[in-house]
Design a protein around this ligand. Sequence first.
Ligand code: NAD
Length: 522
Amino acid sequence: MGLEPFRNEAFLDFNLPEERARTAAAIAEVRGRLGAEYPLRIGGQAVTCHEVFESRDPADPATVVGRVHMASRDQARLAVEAATRAFAPWAHVSPWERAALLLRAGDILRQRRREMLGWVAYEVGKNWTQADGEIAEAIDHFEWNARQLLLWDSGREIPPLQSEINQYRYLPLGVGVVISPWNFPTTLPLGMAVAAVAAGNTVVLKPAEEASVIAQQLFSVFEEAGLPHGVLNLLPGLGPEVGDALVRDPDVQFVAFVGSRKVGTEIHQRAAGLVPKQRQLKRLMTEMGGKNATIVTAAADIPWAVREVVSSVIGYQGQKCSATSRLVLLDEVHDRFLEDLLAEIERVSADLGHAAENHAYGPLINQAALNKVNGYIKQAADWGRVVRIGEPRSPGHFVGPTVVDEVPASAPIAQEEIFGPFLAILRARSLEHAVEMGNSVEYALTGAAFTQDPMELDYIRQHFLVGNLYLNRSSTGAMAGVHPFGGYKLSGTGPKVGSPDYLGFFLQAQAITQKVRFPRSI
Ligand code: NAD
């Protein structure tokens, strides 16, 4: 291909004093820029609106991170029109130039990664290590897709026929919409948008309201890299209004969505219909929630498993689609594991504070998330034995971890995605029973199991049905390329992000046949 092989971006090493000092300086610089105003970005123009949303620091809601102009339905149409105008010229830019632009943008993000970390810490309350993990993955998306687009551009081998030249190649789809959630505010919008643009499409990006300022920083990376106007349009706005208008727009050819199951399934229904002036059915990718289980058997390395499970349950306060929210303990290991687990949860969550100061345990994203978790806490005793209750702390949307033991597999806290620091523990009488409970939800995103017994591992591999299965490690922390990520069942429909298949979602195949030998008539 002529490019060095893909390698995952290395993480920053915060054990080094000079790295800590550099990162702290970048965060201080971001702090000085809080409160700025951000317009929409349509076709290269900065567009202002009547509605302005104040994005606030979840650890200190009195602090405004940025004032973001919120698009209307009419502006959604304007953004689709701008993307439509930009499509043909962009689709004709050679794959090498598209790849070069992505690599340039990846370099810019690499240079700005500490600054980006500061925005992530202030706007969505993610600490240094967690934020750096996702920004490294965001850089990977540029590198990965630059290589993938060159591979896909060379088409596929097909059998030869003597009298013809046959070609099987891939073309971009057209104008697409990318709708992203707030919890991975760099890697998720970029995972979708970079792949879409790499494939030669043009995009309207509708970021989550809560991560609108970070989206503006991402947009500036593309701008600095020289992406032509209109190829990417940034349209912050309310999901039910602007997101909905984009999903229904007749000129939108694909919708790539990551978010909740409720919104994902609604989008699936709405985008499936045909509206006047629509010339094609929309292609859809909906990556949704999870109710992920981790199984621990008596053959596990217990101290290791405890650390990994706790990082999966309360890392980023449980606000990851991949977080473990059900722990299935085999009977013979239950009591010992629970004791160590509670001690580790105590230790990690005691370091509570602002993400910009790199505390291990931070806030929930907003008051609505806190209310939701508190609602489950209030009812927790109805569904099991409450062994730890999460106490709130203000200012900020802080709540400690809650752990409920002896929960039946059918209880709401063992079935519904809570998306916070809330763990339901289920007791299993056998490995078969544990896996059956693991599979007993409508979701199938991630799952993990801890055992060193090869027979048990084999059984789990064969029977535990989730999109990403992790053996002897945490259910969180996927890396582009090496851990292609995505779910089944009501967790998702699309190809896995960071997989060799992913770019195919944003392309359509064409077969071209040219007759080159003409038999003479006798
Ligand atoms: P959400 O579904 O509330 O919002 C996601 C996006 O959809 C936002 O941009 C929002 O504005 C938009 N939206 C809302 N209503 C809409 C509508 N009617 N039409 C079009 N767009 C609309 O999700 P969230 O709270 O931002 O994120 C948390 C959820 O995302 C959790 O369920 C989590 O599991 C899931 N998630 C999944 C993955 C994955 O890879 N499967 C990754 C991260 C998060």
